[in-house]
Write a protein that binds this ligand. Sequence first.
Ligand code: CTP
Ligand code: MN
Ligand code: MN
Length: 506
Amino acid sequence: MVPLKRRRAAASGSDRPPRSGSTSKSAVRFPHVVIFLLERKMGASRRVFLSHLGRSKGFMVEETYSESVTHIVSEENSGDEVRAWVDSHPEGRKRERPACLLDISWYTESMREGLPVEILDRHILQEQQRNGVGDAVFSVPSYACQRNTPSQDHNSPLTDALSVLAESAEFNADEGRGVAFRRAAALLKSLDWRVTGAHQLRGLPCLGEHMLRVTKDILENGISSEVEATQQSKHYNSMKVLTGIFGVGVKTANRWFREGIHSLQLLRSSGYTLNRAQQAGLTYYDDLSQPVTKAEADAIGLIVKEAAISISPGAEITLTGGFRRGKATGHDVDFLITQPAECAEKGLIAKVVSRLESQGLLLYHTCSRNSYHESSKGPSRPSSSMDYFEKCFSIFKLSKDRVERQKEETSHPDTKTDLRPEAWRAVRVDLVVSPKSQFSYALLGWTGSKLFERELRRWAVQEKSMYLSSHALYDRKQARYLEASSEEEIFAHLGLEYIPPSARNA
Ligand code: CTP
Ligand code: MN
Ligand code: MN
């Protein structure tokens, strides 16, 4: 806290230039007071308004949180919530002298007075007594869409183990358990430090007794007997192979398993009738189980762009899915296509696909037409992961030459393609077409990760009484749809801090 005297002295004038970040033309009048307004619950637009107001009165209001911040101001957050937010920021834990956590009333009163008012008890956010060093459990927000989750994982032995258990629950058609394990894994993945002892996990959300037991086993013994047993089980291994076939879901795989089909070989010799997707999945199984590289994704991007533009010159193509989140490889490549002129996108996918087909670039495809209807009464289902866009699930025949040429042009120096005798490989590609008016929602919905999307929808329903889909956001309280022309606006509608794609790897 800055002593009042010093603040008064500062208020009487200063010749220090404004710091970077406080983008104001007005001179800084109180250089010892560096304010950061927490967007959480305040919302993006109110934060922008209050920041401008403060700067116009000569306050230093920082855009981003850093070590130099002295006053953290928030609205409708508890002291513990703000502390958790601060602690989840690397900048926050570095500092020696902590910033004071203040209620918005201190800020508004300071605005009214035109100077930083004295900090009174009622301005200070109350925090619970914190534990001793080592046990200093800081809580982390419980929804994955409130946290940054980069692709780098500091706790992969733990998250891998929990993912195995999640997968196993999914193979047993136990969706609830599957999600619980996925949430636990995502929580550990969001930590920007390595967990070394079970005591560090006390008080963190999403980690039930079962998850804590598994993580404790791994931290203390290097392995978890439950995870080991799962990975050795016949059911788990067979299901991994069978659901790994494009076109085969958990239900079909379980039926085959019960009928004694435990491997690809048994399936091939079973004489079972497979649908078109499954036939393609089995035919290209080896290729499709190889990760797709960024160079391959870029090469496919060029092909799709060329095809779309030749049909509709204004078409815009955006790489979505894992690659948009900055992942180095993926199980497929996802694209979102749109058109600046509303309705001009109708029927585009069929034309793009027939062009790609005539060029011999498709090994398999199945297209669907747009079937989205916006009811004025709001969506019929709360928050659906289903979307109704015009789209095509496909398998591309990608020439390796093309990838090499692409690599030279965009210089992907360290991605080596394996040089098998085949001149091409099969790659799964998803093409989705969205009307311009729904583009931001489609982009958010198709960027993933799957768990991040699921958490966004859960947040919308449970915390905001809103229904989110890849088409729209419906506010039940206002009984209307909320338009958005960017992902940032959607996060703001949802009262969430913006999370960039690279931090959505939950
Ligand atoms: N998605 C969707 N509807 C589908 C399939 C996928 O809305 N029928 C969304 C998923 O929710 C996810 C995104 O599209 O947000 C990408 O899905 P997917 O390609 O399965 O996963 P990625 O995150 O791209 O992972 P990978 O790199 O392994 O492909
Ligand atoms: Mn993908
Ligand atoms: Mn996909």
